[in-house]
Ligand binder design. Structure first.
Ligand code: R5P
Length: 231
């Protein structure tokens, strides 16, 4: 039986093989954020010469990539990316994802939107029939926090302003915005919910990656890594 950390390391290795196989040398890779993405960054580090550069989805990933000596490019300098590799907090049977547990959802969505192929890497605990067990992160402009909270409550969720773990300090994103975590949703139509939440004035972005879902899933399970594709 593998531990969750071992499963994450295994999918990170599998993702390294996936990008080296499918990306020609000299390409630019999109890189996600989180504990699984960190392991992926470490796995590709010995192969950094394969990539002309990388586009990062957070300050934390940028720092890690730079420490490894990667050429980190501004997303404005890139028109498209062959691949983007990132973790998820939940993924449903269609490949729709819920992300943002680490607060990087907006930049992740920007970089993912540039990519032809989204490779989702996670351990088996993230695969769910219906998303919503994990609270849905919604990034908001601070002055809109109260009114966005009221709108999200109308959807049936319990809304909490994210604080830095173990403190009473508000968590501030890389974009100087705040995050509302919405618990208790049963997300049966993620494409519609993603669009509806984005219509609320003051919402920067929400953690549903349904309109731009995963193309490939590398998932760590009891028997090892399973590869799945979505049409
Ligand atoms: O903001 C964070 C990201 O969406 C992560 O991809 C997600 O939270 C999964 O993170 P981890 O690999 O640490 O479980």
């Amino acid at each position: 039986m593998y531990t969750q950390d071992q499963l994450k390391a295994m999918v990170a290795e599998a993702a390294k093989d996936e990008v080296l196989k499918h990306m020609a040398p000299g390409g630019i890779l999109g890189v996600g954020t989180g504990s699984t993405a960190n392991l992926f960054i470490d796995a590709i580090a010995p192969h950094k010469s394969h990539f002309a550069g990388v586009v990062s989805s957070s300050q934390a990933s940028t720092e890690r990539l730079k420490k490894h000596g990667f050429n980190v490019l501004d997303s404005n300098s890139v028109e498209s990316l062959p691949m983007y590799v990132d973790g998820a907090d939940e993924i449903d049977p269609q490949g729709h994802m819920l992300k943002g547990g680490g607060g990087a959802l907006t930049r992740e969505k920007i970089v993912a939107h540039l990519a032809k192929t989204f490779v989702c890497i996670c351990d088996g605990s993230k695969q769910v029939a219906v998303m919503g067990q994990f609270p849905l992160p919604v990034e908001v402009i601070p002055m809109a926090t109260a009114q966005v909270t009221r709108e999200l409550e109308k959807l049936g969720g319990t809304v909490t302003l994210r604080k830095i773990k173990g403190t009473d300090q508000v968590f501030v994103t890389d974009n100087q915005a705040w995050i509302l975590d919405v618990a208790g949703l049963k997300i049966t139509n993620p494409v519609e919910l993603e669009s509806n939440i984005n219509q609320i004035p003051g919402v920067v972005c929400n953690g549903l990656f349904a309109r731009r879902k995963a193309n490939v899933l590398l998932i760590g399970e009891a028997n090892g890594v399973r590869r799945q594709t979505y049409s």
